[in-house]
Design a protein around this ligand. Structure first.
Ligand code: ADP
Length: 187
């Protein structure tokens, strides 16, 4: 089963994705984590992505599609994947659809984590104090929210036009939100 998690930065996709991955026994695939790891290791992808990520802009689609292709080719991805923050532009949505189709698969569920801007800003500020991510400083956060509105919000409409998007109200305690996800998926 392939599941896509959509939502603005700070919506809780990473937290809920990890819970879901554990419950369903599927790998969670987060481009943000993979890119941060590439930056740390100084790989060619990391060298290209670093400044873009720190500014809060989106890394270009060709780099992302290369990463997605590599992840989907791994044996542990053969039964499905939880896509966390992977599809952030309409060309990525088209590319992922194509790659899954080559494997005889499709995105089985698209979950949209719905939160208010106010909540997002509060959560990111808290995370910044804990994780110290360069792209959690206020200027980069503003850029990330703009990138989300301009480039990622249209992805939601793209999937809506092609079938179901399941909306998860994502305010409240983590376990309550996890229970909503479980209720919607039926498992
Ligand atoms: P968040 O969802 O909180 O913005 P992530 O850790 O998922 O944070 O991503 C951090 C950064 O990595 C993004 O701001 C962007 O620069 C880059 N990135 C991650 N995934 C993608 C993607 N699918 N397309 C383009 N850029 C991406």
């Amino acid at each position: 089963m392939d599941i896509l998690l959509l939502g603005p930065p700070g919506a809780g996709k990473g937290t809920q994705g990890a819970i879901l991955a554990g419950r369903l026994g599927l790998p969670k695939f987060a481009t943000g984590d993979l890119l941060r790891d590439a930056v740390k290791r100084g790989t060619p992808v990391g060298l290209q992505a670093r400044a873009i990520m720190e500014s809060g802009q989106l890394v270009n689609d060709d780099i992302i599609m290369g990463v997605v292709r590599e992840e989907l080719a791994k044996p542990e991805a053969r039964n499905g994947v939880i896509f966390d923050g992977v599809v952030r532009t309409v060309p990525q949505a088209e590319g992922v659809t194509r790659l899954l189709a080559e494997l005889g698969r499709k995105m089985d569920h698209v979950l949209f984590f719905d939160v208010t801007d106010e909540e997002i800003l509060g959560r990111i500020e808290k995370r910044r104090a804990i994780e110290g991510r360069a792209d959690d400083d206020p200027k980069a956060v503003a850029t990330r929210l703009r990138a989300y509105r301009d480039q990622t919000a249209p992805v939601l409409e793209w999937y809506r036009a092609r079938g179901g998007v399941q909306v998860i109200p994502a305010l409240g305690p983590v376990d309550e939100i996890a229970a909503r996800v479980k209720g919607l998926l039926g498992r």
